[in-house]
Design a protein around this ligand. Sequence first.
Ligand code: MN
Length: 747
Amino acid sequence: MHRPPTSAAGSAPRKRPVVRRKPEIQVPEPVDAASQHDRPVSLGSLLEQISGYLTDADLQQIRGAYRFADAAHLGQYRASGEPYISHPVAVAEICADWKLDSQALMAALLHDTAEDKGITQAELVEHFGSTVATLCYGLTKLDKIHFSSREENQAESFRKMLLAMARDIRVILVKLADRLHNMRTLDAMAAEKRRRIATETMEIYAPIAYRLGLNQVYRELQDLGFRHSHPMRYAVLSQALRVARGNRRDLVDRILAATTKSFGDAGIKVQLYGREKTLYSIYRKMQRKHRSFAHVQDIFGFRVIVPEVLDCYRALGVLHAQYKPMPGKFEDFIAIPKLNGYQSLHTTLIGPTGAPVEFQIRTEAMHRVAESGVAAHWLYKTGADAVTQATTSAWLQSLLDIQNENRDAAEFLETVKVDLAPDAVYVFTPKSRILALPRGATPVDFSYAVHTDLGNQTVAAKVNGELVPLRTELHSGDVVEIVTAPHSRPNPNWLGFVRTGRARSKIRHALKVSQQTESQDLGRRLLARALVHQGLRLEELDTADWARLLHWSGNRSQDELFGDIGLGKRVADIVAARVRLLDTAADDASAAPPPRGALQLDGSEGASVHYASCCRPIPGDAVLGYLGKGEGLTVHLQDCPQARRLFQKHPHSWIDLSWSSPMSGLYPAALVVVVNNGKGVLARLAAAVSEHDADIVHVTMDDDSSQPTIELRFLLAVRDRKHLADILRAIRVHKFVVRAYRGKPRA
Ligand code: MN
């Protein structure tokens, strides 16, 4: 891998040859993945490398882990023909490059023993302690026999790994080292397997490396992934780059000489590096801009490293004075760091030949974070950069949140993939606070990112002062203002467009809670009504009554019992009868069967009451309620054929219902309109509907063109029967209307 210029310890024998110009200026050799990583791998070289920063006792333990792994993998070979042990040793060497501790190095050496050689976790605990065993276990794929498909196994294995990572970040660092070595040695694999592993790397592991700020690993994984998923394109592009490299050498030298002089004149101390962009980033640019290689000119860039933050801006001034900057290409990632903590100034200048050249300007500390992210903590033994630490732990926490709300592993994986997308948009709160959100994020994602309560109470959004639909995609620079209402609740439809895992899991949670309170409300009303039939009143039940009742029902609280009744898991009449039996004082009261009264609906029931889609009842209709087990209450028309069938099967699950007046809310009603075909018919019907303040939810028509008439079937959102009757009257006025009537219940 490419090393940061400051990490020379113990690496001299394996260091890639670099062309040294002046002491402070170096131009790296081209990226060539095939030959770059052929370093000799052995226990000796590993121990030599780690003796630079670990104690003798650590070395002793690591030797032990090596011997254990070597014995376990004895007789096992890699696809390349090498003894298998060469792989765990290479993984441990990569971890040693990051100066990880001895436990992580031991886990690196042992990581494949459990999966391939059937070593149990208990054995690992016994030999190496529970921390090392837990690290290894987090890295092990799940047993294949439990899954019906590879996708399912993959999704569950990822979930397990990501959760282990959230508890101990070393799990993912070892995993990334493992994946990096496998990618570097992928040539030995069959083409199909190569493509699959390469795709998985680009979708999951490269983005994780990016999110953790391991930018070197990110670039290398992407480049190798590109090479193995698109071998032909990679080969062609790599040849083109070889040619271009020769042609640009002069240009690079000229720019280096000129800018070195200017920085010297200005008295700014800089380290200046020429850098070549990776093939993959060049390829992405060609795709994005639909250009051929010949037209992608900025394949070289420069990195300027300065001592202090203020020097960054001074260096920028020097560069802008020397070459004209390209408009719109300046970005200040120092003031607004990227999601993974990356900080730098970026600017693109028009070079001496007219070709654009990108400069990245940053301090030494920013550079460490930019290259190594969370690994910088181990690499430099600094307290690690605060921004990276904070964003990493926030991300890990959000993984746990997503996990808590997603039972399904495949959905979890999808959600994480979106969260990992490296593209971000930067938007502002009305008080100019900056928030970074994944590309495609909406005002709902924004409000949940600010605060859960804000998200839950969102009713509308203004972007740059204009009201917009909540599904609007946000763009960098947008000022987003959320309009709230104190008693509003998240809309289930939001789940269809939010991008962030955080918003998704918070919406799910809020819906679950509000559904609970709604069914508890309904349950309380059902029980109160049933108690009246027993000559009792809910409010008069005392603590002793409740204790007896809850003991009988097995519920932990009144609310839980109400919830069970509201969801139809318990029948209110039976609970009420039980209250009477348990209430010894009421024993002598008359046991005559009570007259039955109806439960009154008022429209506030929310998700605990459903309106059946077979008959579409609306307020004013004669209706009945069906309490299905666990489904809450479903309202049917009294003469609905489906309801009649259900009644025969479950005669005891029905209750009488009445409507309060007025009812709140809108209710879907079916409407059939037969018209003579003609221009503008639908528009005039739609106008009639909206003049009466109703909404068209849905419309379908039969398109049998041989018929002189067509039948339109509407689903309207109306207040009640009178409202629907008014609309029908307004529709029948039109001459082209042959017939108009309310849709009959589906049989
Ligand atoms: Mn491995």
